[in-house]
Design a protein around this ligand. Structure first.
Ligand SMILES: C[S@@+](CC[C@H](N)C(=O)[O-])C[C@H]1O[C@@H](n2cnc3c(N)ncnc32)[C@H](O)[C@@H]1O
Length: 418
């Protein structure tokens, strides 16, 4: 049980796409990943894998859980920070439960976090099929479900969940923000809305943003970059041609699952899903995906692969920052990359702008002394001084005499790291 409470915490929301049935396979993948530091789940939903890992004592350091759905994250925050009030509110919903009460609660927009959490839990436990659905305005729109005795307030579990979440970072985020948070040696589990097996099979109404082919491509890029950095990646998706082509550098294992999304029971059935990992699941002697994925990312930054559209100066700056960081990871400066992650994470939490020219910081001050940023001392790197075109000072760090200094601004264009 490790550091977790009794009774063990279980998901407190039933979520479409919930991974309870895939859990045995997912747990095998976690075992194959070996030890990890932080756990990240950027498509949190009901959090089936997180709670399972919490129960089995796999979570040893802070976890980062997020989802784009604000109503969902509010429910987690409410349970984490106001469990007692949420329980009292749910007891009140339980006493008042009925069709009229359901629609009254559905129409409401409570202000406090505790009330919002209780509202989502109540609606989730009593709506038709437990199917979370939002309309284009982001409003919950599932109809009343006719259950005999719905478990509206499982207070023991809510207390256990609250305890488990105490030191967990919970936030409304786009999945790509994990790039700012994950460090080498961390484990990330992605469970995105599935890439539809047919045009009619799409279910992307967990929240109003939807999740189309562009998002699937973006996600594959994020996975490749994480794997190239040494972050362990697990992803589940439907087994489609798109999935197979996007993740051909990864290890893909087909697993059978029952699709529950279709509202007609006769159309639900066994489908093949893909369990994708950046590390080998079982076969020995396979090349390490991290290396293969790293080569793919390298081709991409060299400009030989398909270019992603970049929509704004800020986005371009973001890409430059990632590539600077990537140079550090590939040239034995993982610890320096981790420092950047630490500072970026802190700034994000504080709501500050996270864009910086890291090369300038790593080149040291005018006298070649280390710079201190957000309380962290950044070593002076020879490569950064060359990159910035300032004199190389005697104490500047150079771990690998063969390392190629990143090209200077203005000479970049088709070259690599800015
Ligand atoms: C398949 S569900 C996750 C299910 C979860 N693993 C479970 O066990 O219940 C996908 C989740 O992705 C979220 N989502 C959709 N688009 C997103 C985005 N761009 N960034 C982050 N989360 C997103 C949805 O709100 C939904 O909760």
């Amino acid at each position: 049980m490790g550091r977790f409470s009794e009774p063990p915490p279980r998901p407190f929301l039933k979520w479409v796409g919930g991974k309870r049935q895939l859990l045995p396979e997912l747990l095998k993948a976690v075992e194959a990943a070996g030890s990890f530091r932080h756990y990240h789940e950027p498509f949190l939903g009901g959090g089936a894998l997180f709670f399972s890992l919490a129960r089995s004592g796999h979570i040893k350091a802070q976890s980062f859980l997020s989802d784009a759905n604000k109503n969902l994250i509010d429910a987690y925050l409410g349970v984490r920070d106001h469990s007692q009030t949420v329980i009292e509110l749910l007891e009140a919903h339980k006493r008042a439960h009925g069709e009229a009460h359901f629609y009254e609660v559905r129409a409401g927009v409570p202000r406090s976090l505790a009330k919002r959490a209780a509202r989502i839990i109540y609606l989730n436990k009593t709506c038709y099929n437990g199917l979370y659905r939002e309309n284009s305005k982001g409003r919950f729109n599932a109809p009343f479900g006719r259950y005999k005795n719905p478990l509206i307030c499982d207070h023991e579990n809510l207390l256990a969940v609250s305890k488990t979440l105490q030191d967990v970072d919970l936030a409304v985020r786009d999945f790509s923000d994990v790039l700012q948070l994950a460090e080498p040696g961390d484990l990330v589990y992605f469970d995105p809305p599935y890439n539809p097996v047919s045009k009619t099979a799409a279910f992307t109404a967990y929240f109003r943003g939807g999740f189309g082919a562009d998002a699937q491509h973006r996600l594959a890029e994020v996975c490749a970059e994480l794997a190239a950095r040494g972050v362990k990646v697990i992803l589940s998706n439907s087994m489609t041609d798109l999935t197979q082509s996007l993740y051909k550098e990864f290890h893909i294992k087909p697993v059978a699952a029952t699709r529950l999304v279709n509202s007609r029971a006769d159309r639900r059935g066994k489908v093949s899903e893909a369990l994708i990992t950046s590390f080998p699941m079982c076969r020995e002697g396979q090349p390490r995906a991290e290396r293969r994925v790293g080569a793919r990312v390298q081709r991409r930054v060299n400009g030989s692969a398909r270019k992603q559209p970049v929509s704004s100066t800020a986005a371009r700056a973001g890409i430059r920052r990632k590539l600077a960081r990537q140079w550090l990871v590939e040239n034995e400066y993982q610890d320096v990359a981790a420092l950047i992650d630490d500072v970026t994470r802190q700034w994000k939490v504080e709501g500050k702008q996270t864009r910086r020219n890291w090369w300038e910081i790593l080149a040291g001050d005018a006298k070649g002394n280390p710079r201190v940023v957000a309380g962290r001392r950044f070593p002076v790197l020879r490569a950064a001084q060359l990159r910035m075109g300032v004199p190389v000072t005697s104490g500047a760090l150079c771990r690998n005499p063969q390392e190629e200094a990143p090209p200077r601004r203005g000479t970049l264009r088709a070259r690599k790291y800015s």
